[in-house]
Design a protein around this ligand. Structure first.
Ligand SMILES: Cc1cc2nc3c(=O)[nH]c(=O)nc-3n(C[C@H](O)[C@H](O)[C@H](O)COP(=O)(O)OP(=O)(O)OC[C@H]3O[C@@H](n4cnc5c(N)ncnc54)[C@H](O)[C@@H]3O)c2cc1C
Length: 470
């Protein structure tokens, strides 16, 4: 009899996983998405504005700071609300996972398969027939001035930031096309997946017969399944497992959730890239408007220990804040190698708590302080291009905690591994139960030193080959 596989979540990983499972052809696929499906072509806000409308966001906050934590709740998931920076991690990011089958040489073919790189598609490191278009936007005057400054500081010019091992200053790779901000899954994947999609359907609980997952209780009814693949993202995936009885036994007992499997790792190991923006103005109001969003990126190692990589880049403000002054520019600062760990927890009242714990470790605080020094040096040198406001907060480092944000790169809450604490094994099967896999950003043991969309897509694509219903 043909098996039924239910994929939960139509985000970066879920779409690629469902697409791969459909292509495999050996099971019926049902793709659940809690949010709506706005259709193809996607609405104008999704193509052109970087602000996330409240009705397509999960509404989470960091429990410790109360600050909003954006997570897309719509077909495409966070790829529909993100900044379309399409940057790969470094080879050593995957090698250091130390997991057979997930080293750089193993995962690189999947990165190639998912892209069509407009500039470098014919090179061995790249692909030219995948669904995600990757391109680099021409520089505006602010980008050029910033790139010149970075070169004067000794940073190498990098022709291709997605070449393995790239470090230095160069064009942001983006999934941008035709002047639109985001492009990819809504145009290439969703049209062929809609026949399997059930949008507006929230998975509320996984159903078990003993320790065997046999289906999903959803907002619209029960769905029987031979296998369930959870691709709900780094907050909702652990939250769903916890609600379903897979997680730390004490937390589940406190919330009155019957235990299916005691798995202390569910929701632990949360990683993000701490991020902040320095809001400045372009001296020439027309300068930033010459390109839509991502122009120049400087990525470099600010602490030699543990290869602590950072991002520094000027970013046009307007697409984030439609209606705002076009001369506004953000100088973006991202710590791409954080050692602090947060968590996603089930509170006693059954709600989901996210603790980001940004800069909780002194090494992260030190690295971020050095990054602020470098950002200040850039602003001092570029005074005729970028104008600082009166008394900017960043001249008083005590004020940093009020301005620290998430780069949106949450990973690690259902960590893959071969040790007893791992939540999923290297084939993405949830340890301790059967009929259940996880394939999304949450399985990454350690975050790559890059924006996490491409790595999440890679996991979905690779997951489609690994998930085997019994
Ligand atoms: C504001 C923001 C900006 C970002 N910018 C970038 C960027 O520029 N470049 C980059 O590389 N990365 C960026 N990221 C990160 C990147 O988008 C994510 O890492 C990636 O999308 C994660 O993929 P995922 O499949 O794990 O989760 P998601 O893409 O979040 O997909 C999860 C999906 O599951 C659905 N879902 C969740 N729970 C349920 C449920 N119970 N039932 C049914 N469906 C459910 C969600 O609605 C969602 O559609 C950004 C993220 C954010 C939030």
């Amino acid at each position: 009899m043909r098996k039924t596989i239910v994929v939960i979540g139509s985000g970066a990983a879920g779409l690629f996983c469902a697409d791969g499972l459909v292509a495999r052809g050996d099971a019926d696929v049902i793709l659940l998405e809690a949010g709506d499906d706005p259709g193809t072509p996607p609405p104008d806000w999704m193509r052109r504005d970087l602000a996330t409308p409240a009705d397509v966001d999960w509404g989470h906050v960091d429990a410790d700071t109360g600050r909003p934590l954006l997570r897309g709740r719509v077909t495409g998931g966070c790829t529909s609300t993100n900044s379309a920076a399409a940057l790969r991690g470094q080879p050593w990011c995957f090698d250091e996972w130390g997991i057979e089958g997930w080293r750089w040489n193993d995962v690189a073919p999947y990165f190639r398969a998912l892209e069509t790189d407009a500039q470098f598609g014919d090179r061995p490191a790249h692909g030219n027939s995948g669904p995600i278009p990757i391109t680099r936007l021409s520089f505006g005057p602010v980008d050029t001035a910033f790139a010149d400054w970075a070169g004067e500081q000794g940073h190498a010019w990098v022709e291709d930031q997605n070449a393995p091992g790239a470090l230095g200053v160069g064009h942001w790779p983006t999934n941008t096309i035709d002047g639109a901000v985001r492009y990819g899954v809504h145009e290439a994947l969703l049209p062929r997946l809609r026949q399997y999609l059930r949008a507006g359907t929230t998975a509320q609980r996984l159903l078990f017969d003993g320790t065997r997952c046999v289906g999903v209780e959803t907002s619209t009814g029960v769905i029987d399944a031979d296998h369930v693949v959870v691709c709900a993202g780094s907050v909702e995936t652990p939250a769903l497992l916890l609600r379903s009885g897979i997680g730390p036994a004490a937390d589940l007992a406190a919330a009155g959730v019957p235990l299916v499997h005691d798995a202390p790792g569910v929701g632990a190991n949360l990683q993000d890239h701490p991020w902040t923006v320095l809001q400045v103005r372009a001296a020439d109001p027309a300068a930033p408007g010459l390109r839509p969003v991502n122009g120049v990126l400087l990525r470099y190692e600010i602490l030699a220990d543990d290869r602590v990589e950072v991002h520094l880049y000027p970013h046009q403000a307007k697409p984030y804040l439609p209606g705002e002054d076009a001369a506004e520019v953000f100088l973006g600062l991202g710590l791409m190698r954080a050692v602090s760990r947060g968590s996603v927890r089930l509170a006693a009242d059954g709600s989901t708590e996210v603790h980001l714990n940004h800069l909780g470790d002194p090494q992260d605080a030190k690295a971020f302080d050095l990054l602020l020094d470098d950002a200040q040096a850039a602003l001092d040198a570029l005074g005729d291009v970028l104008i600082e406001p009166e008394n900017p907060w960043w001249r008083d480092r005590e004020r940093l905690p009020d301005h620290l944000e998430s780069y949106g790169h949450l990973v690690g809450t259902c960590r893959m591994g071969t040790d007893p604490g791992a939540v999923v094994d290297p084939a993405l099967a949830v340890v301790g139960v059967t009929g259940l896999s996880v394939a999304d950003a949450s399985i990454m043991p350690v975050s790559p030193r890059a924006n996490t969309m491409l790595a999440s897509m890679m996991i979905g694509l690779r997951g489609a080959a690994l998930v085997l219903p019994e």
